[in-house]
Design a binder for this molecule. Structure first.
Ligand SMILES: NC(=O)NC(NC(N)=O)C(=O)[O-]
Length: 386
């Protein structure tokens, strides 16, 4: 499942950020504890932590999702909050057409929301907040109990969530799991769209190796921030001791790594981008962190077929009928490779692609531009769009 949270989410309001600001909830790095770190307000904590409440009410914050979509679950991570963790939480969600015009900026340690900020946040249409998670008890942030995983069944598009803690306390990270959702009725069948983008509902449904970075990162927003924001495999142990290349300069190896992605909408792909941004080389030592070559295959699968393949980890006797979309291409370090025209084989409408890299290494982004095709194979998440 894709993480919506990791994509430039914003905290737009928090009732109190005295000990530690709510924006820490969104950090990509795992939480830390530094025993000797203190701020002028108390113990430095890597999360959101409010004051001990001595008045009625509870603390809450509003978070804007970077990618609007359908939420499948949360991880409320209380790591390192032990005597000061939030004992209860509930989570609400809304699809706000009008984005709020205010955001809390800067370091807000030692701050509480001002009356004017409370007034501004009250303008958000509170009728549209639906309860996704009723008030539940949280576990404290000891390593064996810190992840509070919560499943959600809510089939509507969400743009904002409201995280409530009762009555106060701290949470280290909040992860929101789900699938991006676009309103396909607004997209013309003549428009070229990135059919695999997370924001358009693309999902990684299988892979051979995700040692350093998950392949779902490849369909994230914008260009990758760093190597950690891409797909990176471990070095294959069957790397040949003596290297041979073919006439196109492509390394001749048997081993490869692969990632399978379901498009957000079935479509005809005509333009491809494979970005090896941040995966570099040192030609003096002949060290390379990007794959030597890549190819892309495509196929059409029904939801049942996809489920069976996922169940068998794509290792069935009868594999999908993959067709070549992009023949093997030599790749360069830290480079945006664009393929269009005759380089992209016309496969007709497809629902899934498989990126194969040889022998191993990293790719930061994969973009597949094409025209959406309606009335074709649909997946449950896509039915309402067609
Ligand atoms: N040692 C603490 O963590 N004290 C307090 N919290 C911070 N961050 O200082 C608290 O109990 O709420």
């Amino acid at each position: 499942m894709n993480k919506l949270l990791t994509l430039s989410l914003k905290v737009i309001f928090a009732t109190d950020e005295w000990f530690a600001p709510a924006r820490n909830l969104l950090k990509r790095d795992p939480p830390e504890f530094i025993a000797s770190a203190f701020t002028e307000y108390g113990k430095w904590m890597d999360g959101w932590e409010t004051r001990r409440k001595r008045i009625a009410g509870h603390d809450w914050c509003i978070i804007q999702l970077g990618v609007p979509g359908i939420i499948h679950g949360f991880d409320v991570d209380t790591s390192f909050f032990t005597g000061n963790y939030a004992p209860y939480t509930s989570i609400q969600a809304a699809c706000l057409d009008q984005m709020p015009s205010f955001t809390l900026e800067g370091d807000r340690t030692g701050m509480a929301a001002s009356p004017s900020q409370f007034e501004a946040v009250a303008q958000l249409n509170t009728d549209s907040w639906e309860e996704l998670v009723p008030m539940i008890k949280l576990n404290p942030g000891y390593s064996e109990s810190c992840h509070n995983y919560l499943n959600v069944t809510y089939p509507h598009r969400v743009t904002h969530i409201r995280l409530n803690i009762y009555p106060d306390g701290g949470i280290a990270r909040l992860k929101v799991y789900g699938i991006g959702k676009t309103d396909w009725s607004t997209v013309s069948s003549q428009d070229l769209v990135d059919l695999v983008a997370l924001v358009n509902g693309g999902v990684c449904v299988g892979y051979s190796d995700a040692h350093f970075g998950h392949p779902r990162n490849m369909i994230g927003l914008g260009r990758a921030d760093n190597m950690g924001d891409g797909w990176e495999t471990a070095r294959r142990l069957d790397r040949p001791k003596v290297l041979k290349v073919n006439e196109k300069g492509i390394l001749q190896v048997r081993g490869c790594e692969w990632a399978i992605l379901r498009l957000g909408h079935p479509g005809i792909i005509s333009k491809i981008e494979v970005d090896t941004n941040h995966f570099k080389e040192n030609s003096y030592f002949n060290l390379r962190n990007f794959p030597d070559s890549c190819k892309i295959e495509a196929c059409s699968l029904t939801p049942d077929e996809e489920n069976n393949f996922i169940h068998n980890q794509w290792r069935s006797d009868k594999p999908p009928k993959w067709r070549i979309l992009l023949s093997p291409q030599k790749l360069k370090a830290h480079h945006r490779h664009l393929f269009s025209g005759e380089s992209v084989v016309q496969c007709g409408p497809v629902t899934h692609v498989r990126l194969v890299i040889a022998p191993d290494g990293g790719v930061s982004r994969l973009r597949l531009w094409g025209r959406p095709v309606s009335n074709y194979l649909t997946h449950p998440q896509q039915i309402s769009k067609l």
